[in-house]
Design a protein. Sequence first.
Length: 171
Amino acid sequence: KWFVHTEFRYGAPQSVQAFFYKQEIRIDSSQSLIRSVYQLKKTYYHQIPLSFNYYVLPGLSLGTGVIYNRFGGAVANQDVYRGNNGAVDTLISSGIVSDPDKSRFVKNHFQWSGEAQYQWKRISVGARYSRDINPYIKFTDIITGESVEKKSETFNIYIRFDLWRSIIFKR
């Protein structure tokens, strides 16, 4: 027996393996070189997953689907260095920031997903694996100068409670 499942996630956090994706260089009033380096820590998306599932046993279903992602924001570690005429850079500040420059992030992207869940009455326990179809960020590597695109993959374990069920698709 088949069923379709969809949901909406507002501002769903996505952990990423940290990497340097941005560098800003400026000269301050004392002619010192100020370099800000950003390391991505986490992204946030509004998501709409849509999956098609099949009951292989009573209560146990397997499914596959797609997840639409709309970029919401990013959190990065910002390290600010000061350098003078080729001298070793000195770290002057370090902290977690919300990156206001969203131009490097892909605004809309899709993921494919596979899931398994066990349902008892209105409670479900399951697991979902998802992987990007297209990249979520495009940037120039700050060390090599090469163009880089990153894709993510996630594994989620969840517990759900069904608030509403359609009569049309009743199992």
